[in-house]
Design a protein. Structure first.
Length: 562
């Protein structure tokens, strides 16, 4: 990257990288990493970090590693490893051969801890974690040194080796860095860098009885992999002092630097792993890939596209200030992407039968319909039309208000791609519920306006009763009723939206949708964007999820889509 590239960096991370390259730091390399812990599924917040780290590597002709920080065997599983890789690939990124694990470096990291002990920069402690908290002090009071802080080096080395050998029970000993118990940054008050865990690891099995802490592992893994720019979210800002201290004490292969950016805070969602687990375990959602979940798997199943998510992250930019993002920003990115790529089809979610009395009972016409009004290259299709059709129940009112322009007794409307029809009779059942409309059509209005110049203000969609396909449609809304459900603290569940999912089992869609493929997206005209469910759709059972409505706010219809 040179000045002749005429780049104008728009965020502080790119300005840092440009300055490093201008001064030929890191031998002119840009090498990032995405380091998830394999203890759960990725969510929309991780998407921002994925796009930033892989995006920077691509932009600067560098490299990006995928590294699993697998130092907590109690919570980590191969299932999560595989899911994370699948999600990253789905988003459109590739780490090539650079797939690493912190567990790859356990022997090296152990050796670095031994080096710290030999230098007098670490010691073995038998204080419990509760006692450590008591000794740590406060923001206004310095901490107290552990009675074990000045244990002889030889004794520390012996105890550490015996910890590794599995001689001691969990919680009896830890290894702590010897830094400064009066440091203003509490993280530097002799942090724990190793603890005992007699738990099998998903990759190393029972080889280890001790495991390094994240803050000790992360910086050393970066150094071993020759990472140049270690990019984290802001909650790790105070940890940077420990990151730098560890690297400065040891002879590592490289000298990485950590930089922090604001994480993604999205309205009407929660991204706390603990709370997401609670949603699943308590049955508020059907699983981690429930279309209401902010997980990448859930968003994929709902019908989000990787292009829309990448565009969303790009629009957010990279800042140092945590800011809540309006859900409408994400939804607009989604609409923009889906609008370009999705064919238009017709579906009726709440069917009301219409009998066109003056249409021949045995006649079937094939009416041409555009697949996309702004993209002729997407072609057209033929829609079967016959005497009996279904329309949307909401497109008829027996006693309409003044500005209601859809179908009503004695009123004429246009059927999309078909004819003008007029309602002549309303049929009700014994409960006085409307079950059928009797209408007439004007055969002179096929596919256009009336020859006599009369106009209608309403155009409604429809599906042939004889040819339509039965479908289940799932309508999704925001999972919470307030923008920031976390404001309720531990009472966040009170804000769950009871109407976040509505299942409509008796919908009718046009016959061509019988050939839909799982995850294929469509615009149901006038209703929104929908996709064939990733897992539940089959030719025998058509299941569609609403991805997003056609509205760019909650009260404004996109122009041209009515």
């Amino acid at each position: 990257m040179t000045e002749s590239d005429d780049r104008n960096p728009t965020d502080f991370i790119r300005r840092i990288i440009d300055a490093d390259l201008a001064q030929h730091r890191n031998e002119g390399r840009v090498h990032t990493r995405f380091p998830p812990e394999p203890n759960g599924y990725l969510h929309i917040g991780h998407t921002k970090s994925i796009c930033l780290n892989f995006g920077l590597a691509e932009e600067y002709s560098g490299k990006c590693n995928l590294r699993f920080d697998d130092t907590n065997p109690e919570k980590e599983e191969v299932e999560y490893v595989n899911a994370i890789k699948e999600d990253i690939r789905w988003l459109g990124f590739d780490w090539q051969e650079r797939e690493y694990y912190a567990s790859d470096y356990f022997e090296q990291i152990y050796g670095y801890a031994v080096d710290l002990i030999k230098q007098g920069q670490a010691y073995v402690d038998d204080l419990s974690f509760d006692q450590m908290r008591e000794y740590r002090g406060t923001l206004t009071e310095p901490g107290r040194e552990s009675p074990n802080r000045n244990r002889p080096i030889a004794e520390n080395l012996d105890l550490f080796a015996r910890m590794r050998a599995g001689e001691f029970a969990e919680g009896t000993y830890t290894v702590r860095a010897k830094i400064d118990m009066a440091a203003p940054n509490l993280i530097l008050r002799d942090p724990v860098i190793y603890r005992i865990k007699h738990t099998a690891h998903h990759r190393t099995g029972d080889s280890w009885n001790i495991y390094p802490m994240y803050d000790f592992t992360h910086c050393l893994s970066d150094a071993i992999e020759h990472i140049t720019h270690s990019i984290c979210t802001l909650e790790f800002q105070d940890n940077r002092a420990l990151y730098d201290w560890v690297i400065e004490q040891l002879h590592t292969p490289s000298r990485p630097h950590q930089y922090e950016f604001a994480k993604l805070l999205l309205d009407y969602t929660i991204l706390s792993k603990r709370k997401l687990i609670q949603l699943v375990k308590q049955g508020h959602v059907r699983g981690w890939d429930d279309p209401r979940m902010p997980t990448i798997r859930g968003m994929r199943r709902r019908g989000y596209t990787p292009e829309a998510l990448r565009n969303f992250c790009e629009r957010l930019g990279v800042t140092k200030n945590d800011t809540r993002i309006d859900m409408a920003v994400l939804e607009n990115c989604l609409r923009e992407d889906l609008d370009k790529r999705t064919p238009r089809v017709m579906a009726v979610l709440k069917p009301l039968k219409v009998v066109i009395e003056n249409y021949p009972a045995d006649q079937v016409e094939q009416l041409p319909a555009q697949n996309h009004p702004q993209d002729p290259a997407m072609g057209s299709r033929l829609l079967p039309f016959c005497r009996e059709i279904y329309i949307e129940r909401e497109d008829f009112m027996a006693d309409p208000p003044k500005k209601y322009f859809r179908l009503a007794p004695g009123r004429e409307v246009r059927l999309r791609y078909a004819y003008f029809i007029t309602c002549r009779e309303v049929v009700r059942d014994s409960n006085n519920e409307i079950v059928e409309l009797r209408c007439t059509y004007d055969p002179q209005t096929r596919g256009g306006d009336a020859p006599d110049g009369r106009k209608v203000k309403g155009t409604i969609h429809w599906v042939s009763a004889r040819h339509g396909v039965n479908a289940e449609v799932r309508l999704y809304d925001r999972l919470f009723t307030v923008p920031n459900p976390d404001k309720g603290g531990d009472d966040w569940e009170q804000y769950l939206n009871p109407d976040s999912e509505q299942i409509l089992p008796d919908c009718i869609v046009e016959p061509g949708l019988r050939e839909a493929r799982p995850e294929e997206c469509f615009q149901f005209e006038r209703l929104g964007y929908f996709c064939a469910d990733r897992h539940d759709w089959s030719p025998e059972r058509s299941v569609f999820n609403r991805i997003v409505s056609l509205r760019d706010t909650r009260g404004k219809i996109q122009s041209g889509e009515q």
